[in-house]
Design a protein around this ligand. Structure first.
Ligand code: OAD
Length: 246
């Protein structure tokens, strides 16, 4: 733990009127959720996560991609929010008017920890939507639903309600996240490789607008150059250490 930087960021936190937090897969790592780019295990190790997260990939192999998301949903059903999620929820509870939580995660763990108004840039793995624009016939007969579930009228498929590569982010959510980045005095960037845009651009936006930026990550990330402080530790250690007394 870099105690010098931790004390410094605590100081920024104390005087910040508005705080934005941008989280990525690393915040859920200590709950037992593999980070996005970490190799999958077992059967899924043969596929690149990136190939399972595009519309083309889904259209080419709908059952494989559906089953991969089902596998991840099953995994999430068996994990709990960790001390990092809890520290963020607790801080928001004590400082609701000055706090915005923005996440790239689709796992729902921030919400399960008690965070409210979370700006989910990449959707929600537990919500399905239609692959193609729904027609009047579109419905799912759950008694005979396949993998993926399919409309027996027109064949339209259900897909996970997450943002895939090449797809736009939800407009209103992104606008709200950009506004939070522009007006905050301090942005905490937690557990993201900072490689996927426009999410990673929020840290740059915050810095350009005059905010302090602090990164919590045990490893180097593409946003290290944007950060004023690098807290080299894990989310479940660093977030309580930073936020508990604030
Ligand atoms: P990545 O898997 O790319 O990066 C995870 C980051 O978490 C890395 O920088 C790790 O060093 C860090 N990390 C690992 N363990 C940690 C811990 N215990 N505490 C803190 N940090 C830790 O995940 P993201 O950056 O979130 O989007 O990926 C961004 C997006 O890429 C994902 O939301 C996904 C993917 O495209 C979509 O699916 C649309």
């Amino acid at each position: 733990m870099d105690t010098a930087s931790l004390a410094q960021v605590r100081g920024w936190l104390q005087y910040a009127r508005r705080i934005a937090v941008l989280t990525g897969a690393g915040v859920s790592a200590e709950s037992g959720v593999p980070t996005f780019r970490k190799a999958q295990t077992g059967y899924w190790a043969q596929f690149r996560p990136e190939d399972m997260a595009t519309e083309e990939g889904f259209r080419a192999h709908p059952r494989r991609v559906w089953d991969w998301y089902q596998h991840r949903r099953d995994l999430l059903a068996g994990v709990q929010p960790n001390a990092g999620h809890a520290a963020l929820a607790d801080f928001q509870c004590r400082h609701p008017e000055q706090f915005t939580l923005i996440t790239q995660n689709v796992d729902g763990l921030h919400q399960r920890a008690g965070s409210t108004g979370v700006l989910c840039l990449h959707g929600d793995i537990f919500v399905d939507c239609w692959l193609d624009s729904p027609r009047t016939c579109c419905h799912i007969d759950h008694a005979v639903a396949g993998r993926p579930p399919c409309c027996d009228g027109c064949g339209n498929l259900l897909r996970p309600g997450v943002v895939w590569f090449g797809e736009p982010l939800p407009y209103v959510t992104l606008q709200a996240a950009q506004k939070a980045a522009r007006v905050c005095d301090l942005m905490l960037v937690v557990g993201t490789a900072g490689a996927v845009y426009p999410a990673a651009g929020l840290a740059q936006l915050a810095r350009q607008a005059g905010a302090r930026v602090a990164s919590i990550n045990p490893a180097a990330s593409a946003l290290d150059d944007v950060a004023h402080a690098l807290l080299r530790g894990t989310a479940a250690h660093m977030l309580p250490a930073l936020l508990a007394a604030a």
